[in-house]
Design a binder for this molecule. Structure first.
Ligand code: AQP
Length: 321
């Protein structure tokens, strides 16, 4: 069984990505699982090329420093030729209607001028990501489920029309975990692409900055500490972060602290200590571009080799070459 998961370099990696995804990938990753930095997916809306390149390298360093084995990580654009070729094969297998039906495309393109064609076709690139690697399972949230269904339909159709090449993948729900909220606005989830980063704790933030962001976290005027996510989202968020860092339950964490000041200090301490080795490891890699490049090339070569026979079979069976 193999799983494929990605992270998009739409911004710096934050504690939500770390607790909700990276930490799990380290703990639960199987030998055949693959993780990738999906930089090609960050080009479907306005983007800055130099910034995207820097963020992709930074995310690769963070993933490795977080403890994901380097040989199981690659950067998507390093497989641009393979993925480009397979995307074409799959675009010749998909219908226009299938792409136009995607809810995410409808939502993201609504009322926008100059919508990139890639916003329409990126689910086909996502199908290529999955099918090239022969992944059986793709852990995704509800927003991406329809895209995995498309990959499934395309794999079946190709196999049925031209010959068996692709593993038919399944979308699996990642185990439920805390959805970390923005510290400055607990009504919304913490996101890489949020403009104002006052409430977003980045994995590479310096300890003092983390402490400042946590101290300024928006809470409420009540004096007791209880875990009530519905009515006290700011407090619940801090309790969930501390719980996730320490392996306790949020209710227990609430009982251990008596004031906001004390709780915020404990959250800051726990987050700083949890992230310290990741920040140090990532910064060391970023300071050694030759080593990062070596690891990157090795990961890309491995992923390309893993998919090569599927790509060649698909091209041959569809009549290319
Ligand atoms: N706030 C969060 N709490 C817990 N998990 C989170 N993830 C994202 N935000 C939180 C998980 O991180 C993984 C990688 O995310 P992604 O790159 O696929 O994009 P995303 O989910 O859209 O993440 P962001 O940070 O919110 O980015 P932008 O701003 O670009 O939309 C996923 O496993 C995700 O569940």
């Amino acid at each position: 069984m193999s799983r494929l998961s990605g992270i998009t370099p739409s911004g710096h990696v934050h504690i939500g990505n770390y607790l909700g995804a990276l930490q799990r990938w380290v703990a639960e990753g199987g030998e055949d699982d693959l993780y990738f930095v999906s930089d090609l997916h960050a080009m479907t809306t306005t983007h800055n090329p130099a910034k995207l390149r820097a963020l992709a390298g930074e995310q690769l360093a963070v993933l490795i420093a977080a403890g994901i084995p380097a040989e199981r990580i690659f950067v998507q654009s390093d497989l641009a030729r393979e993925l480009g070729a397979l995307t074409w094969v799959l675009e010749c297998t998909a219908s226009f209607g299938e792409a136009a039906r995607m809810i995410q495309f409808k939502e993201k393109s609504k009322g926008q001028a100059g919508v990139r064609l890639s916003l329409l076709t990126y689910p086909v690139l996502m199908a290529a990501d999955i099918l090239l690697q022969g992944a059986d399972e793709v852990p995704v949230g509800d927003d991406q489920r329809q895209h995995v269904e498309l990959a499934r339909a395309l794999a079946r159709r190709f196999n049925g029309t031209y010959g068996e090449v692709f593993t038919v993948p399944r979308a699996v729900l990642p185990p439920t975990g805390a959805r970390i909220r923005d510290l400055a606005d607990p009504a919304r989830k913490m996101s890489k692409s949020t403009r104002d980063s006052a409430g977003v704790v980045f994995v590479l933030d310096e300890p003092e900055l983390i402490r400042r962001k946590v101290r300024r976290a928006v809470t409420d005027g009540q004096s007791t500490l209880e875990y009530r996510p519905e009515d006290r989202p700011g407090l619940a968020n801090l309790l969930e972060i501390l719980a996730a860092c320490t392996g306790a339950r949020p209710e227990e964490v609430a009982r251990r602290h008596t004031s906001y000041g004390e709780l915020k200090d404990a959250v800051a301490d726990a987050v700083i200590e949890l992230l310290r080795p990741v920040r140090e490891g990532a910064n060391a890699l970023l300071a050694d571009p030759a080593e990062l490049d070596r690891v990157r090339k090795a990961g890309a070569a491995r992923a390309a080799e893993r998919g090569e026979h599927r790509l060649q079979s698909a091209l041959r069976l569809i009549g290319a070459g």
